[in-house]
Write a protein that binds this ligand. Sequence first.
Ligand code: PLP
Length: 409
Amino acid sequence: FGALQREDPEIAQVLLDEVDRVRGGLQLIASENFTSPAVLAALGSTLTNKYAEGYPGRRYYGGCEVVDRAERLAVRRATTLFGADHANVQPHSGASANLAAYAALLQPGDTMLAMALPHGGHLTHGSKVNFSGRWFDVVSYGVRRDTELIDYDEVRDLARRRRPKLIVCGATAYPRLIDFGIFRGIADEVGAWLMADVAHTIGLMAAGTIPSAVPYADVVTFTTHKALRGPRGGGILCTAELAAKVDRAVFPFVQGGPLMHAIAAKAVAFGEAMRPEFADYGRRVVENARTLCEALEGMRPVSGGTDTHLALIDLRALGVTGAEAERRCAAAGITLNRNAIPYDPEPPAITSGLRVGTPCVTTQGMGVEELREVGTLVSRAVRYPETADEVRERVSELVAKHQPYLSEL
Ligand code: PLP
């Protein structure tokens, strides 16, 4: 860091300010986490210099024998951790992993069935503004109005009528467990591939907190930077049958040179997730999310609660939009994001909901007692914006006792 400060003080200052920002408030964005110093060390390493197109032992560049060891370790740890036949650790992100998975299984114009964005699906699950919606014939399913749970009858019905080549399950803003067994049954009935995009929940699967998608799906795509607590990046797990197709889809179809520093950091994160402490982390993340849900006075958790690391909060009873609530929380030192709720009457840029998650605060060492208070603070910030200064002060006291990155930078 000293070298950066000497060479480029402006960027050095950005890094310092970002640490200050994080230290100064509560981070409740469900898709974020605080990586370990070991992961950061691998990311900021000379492995970023190496070109290594191809796969270990089959590269298109010389001098790859050292970085090959990092990728082999990452693959071996991922397959062991998740009990998968095969792992590809090269996708630069969750979106790249999904693009590669589609490329492995579909041709442009093929029909795929996936969860609608306004009901919790991801952009890459068929949104018109994304490659998935542009290049494939997308049929969308959603959640039921009464239960706000995935409507498996609708999924089955759509699958029977539209005969998709691929069914995608997994979501960005769905607080409940997904029944991968039901999806497998539907996929088998109509002869479709089943892909689980568990970008959000792979960390909880690694920890053994929630059931894994691996035994059910042909292909599992994921990100490494959310509850899994690794570097920003993606990955794919698949059956032995699809291994060669998936590898060819990642490289050379979608990507060029892999990010070897990120792959080394993924290996570190997989290694950390194999330790018993990580099982405890996963359990505490969910316990904290449940506590937070219960403590959000006057706000309704969509579907009545959560089984995971995140909750979706319906603000309509308060007469406050998601955008306004996000602003009010920011003023009180609480970072979270507005989010559409199912059947949201407001447009996507405004929304009627908030999404909150506990991976960050759990990594910081907060437990149920703190999360009860966090719920009260979020609730006060949203309902009584005039108390923003008081809330901010209490937030500062709380995070002062649970600092991420105290001495690492
Ligand atoms: N899939 C799902 C379900 C996600 O929630 C996300 C990110 O939020 C992605 C894919 C995309 O990941 P990335 O932002 O790394 O491209």
